[in-house]
Design a protein around this ligand. Structure first.
Ligand SMILES: NCc1[nH]cc(CCC(=O)O)c1CC(=O)O
Length: 313
């Protein structure tokens, strides 16, 4: 198998996406000094449509499709994604060659006036467009008002600073990567806001037939992170995971074992179901299915039915 001497990474052009692509580029160049790596920046539909909440316009796939097309057409070899944005089922012919070590997976509380969620007083306005974050806030902090908030990380911080919100919730990982960790007033515990499947982890997508790339990228894979993300994604896939469903799934590895916690909810947070399970690293996929089954027995099936009925209206 011959090693390529030049690689092109397809990436979105948001500052976070560019940071992630440059991070993978630097890692690859350090591993393979002979290799030349270039970036191909692209705008996706998800970046273009900013005035509608994501769950109304088709969700995660919008951020990855153009990148996959560039790979199919031979304009790029690989795409770097936030695993949180990668659909649970990849299109035929694509695979994840590696999942890198996870950054802080927790949600971050960001505010110019308050230090943490429990300091917020009745009527405080919290910005988020994530159904996952919204349903958990409604369940745990019913006195807060939730107002939609979209755009890339910089745009969202700008809206907070303009006084449109008392606080906003973002992923810690994005803020840390962008050198904005000082904006995090407090990390929200997974018990208060269970992260999204894949949050904080980077994935590298290639065509399944590129054995050369799959072996080249193997050193980037972080086994514990990959197992956690596998468990989270298998749970989400089993429940039809997309941005349309308020769902969180978060796995942690300790000494070769995984603990997977998950929840599913009605969008208004009136019905929120938690489940968790433990398993070995090697059985990550099965653990995801097992905890999904637990959620179904506890009422997830009914929530999914009513969400599907509401969507069909
Ligand atoms: N939904 C957009 C998105 N996709 C990945 C991240 C953050 C980085 C990560 O989770 O890896 C963000 C921003 C956010 O939710 O604040």
């Amino acid at each position: 198998m011959t090693q390529p001497n030049r690689l092109v990474i397809a990436t979105r052009e948001s500052p976070l996406a560019l940071w992630q692509a440059n991070h993978v580029k630097a890692r690859l160049e350090a591993l393979y000094p002979e290799l030349q790596v270039e970036l191909l920046g692209m705008t996706t539909q998800g970046d273009r449509i900013l005035d509608v909440t994501l769950n109304k316009i088709g969700g995660k796939g919008l951020f990855v499709k153009e990148l996959e097309t560039a790979i199919t057409e031979g304009r790029a070899d690989l795409a770097v994604h936030s695993m949180k944005d990668v659909p649970m089922v990849l299109p035929e012919g694509f695979t994840l060659a590696a999942i890198g070590e996870r950054e802080d997976p927790r949600d971050a509380f960001v505010s110019n006036k308050y230090d943490s969620l429990d300091q917020l007083t009745p009527g405080c306005v919290v910005g988020t467009s994530s159904l996952r974050r919204e349903s958990q806030l409604r369940a745990r902090f019913p006195h807060l008002l939730i107002k939609p908030l979209r755009g890339n990380v910089g745009t969202r911080l700008g809206k907070l600073d303009a006084g449109e919100y008392d606080a906003i919730i973002l992923a810690s990982a994005g803020l840390i990567r962008l050198g904005l960790a000082s904006r995090i007033k407090s990390a929200i515990s997974p018990g208060d806001s269970l992260p999204s499947p894949g949050q904080g982890a980077l994935g590298i997508e290639v065509r399944s037939d590129r054995a050369d790339l799959i072996s080249l990228l193997a050193p980037f894979n972080h086994a514990a992170t990959a197992a956690c993300v596998t468990a989270e994604r298998s749970l989400s896939r089993r429940l039809g995971g997309s941005c349309q469903i308020p769902l969180g799934a978060f796995a942690e590895e300790d000494d070769g074992f995984l603990r997977l916690r998950a929840f599913i909810a009605n969008p208004d947070g009136s019905d929120i179901i938690y489940a968790e399970g433990n398993g070995s690293l090697a059985a990550a996929n099965g653990l995801g299915l097992q905890v999904a089954e637990l959620l179904c027995t506890e009422g997830a099936t009914e929530i999914l039915k009513s969400l599907a009925a509401a969507a069909a209206e």
